[in-house]
Design a protein. Structure first.
Length: 165
């Protein structure tokens, strides 16, 4: 890998759980070559309390995490993005702006832990499964030889990561 910092945006419906988890994971494991952000189609007012608790319990900083609307990343003068990953079908189906930097995009469907039903331990388990799935995908992603792949190859690889379960 070279000295380039890859800017990655994760999109979900409310930007209060999955996309926040993905942002936190990539910002930890991807340093110094990746900078992650997250946003939502209909952002929540705050990070989900169960998401906050999980991230804190696993040692991730949460003070700077806040739900954002995806339009913030498509505004004139916004940072160029290298990758945009949608994590929910609603985000994948939403008409998006022309992202600055013309990023590689892919859909990485991920079950919404906020929709998990059952006892509190079952809900916590759903959040943990989501975190483990995203962690696994992101570890594969950061180990791609991005600087030596052409755009079509990168696209094929990130699509394949999204299809893996």
């Amino acid at each position: 890998m070279n000295d380039k910092i890859f800017h990655v945006l994760f999109l979900s419906h409310r930007n209060s759980a999955r996309s926040m988890i993905a942002e936190a994971i990539l910002n930890r494991i991807g340093q110094p070559n990746f900078q992650a952000y997250s946003a939502g189609v209909e952002p929540a007012n705050a990070i989900d309390p169960e998401t906050r608790e999980l991230l804190q319990q696993t040692g991730f900083p949460v003070d700077n995490l806040r739900p954002k609307h995806y339009r913030e990343f498509g505004l004139e003068g916004a940072r160029n993005l290298d990758f945009v990953f949608t994590l929910h079908d609603d985000a994948a189906g939403e008409p998006m702006p022309e992202w600055p930097g013309v990023p590689v995009t892919a859909h990485w469907e991920s079950p919404d832990p906020l929709r998990a039903e059952g006892e509190p331990w079952e809900r916590k388990q759903a959040f943990s499964r989501t975190m483990m799935e995203l962690d696994r995908r992101l570890k594969i992603f950061i180990n791609l030889p991005l600087s030596s792949l052409d755009r079509l190859s990168v696209q094929r690889h990130v699509d394949e990561i999204g299809r893996s379960t």
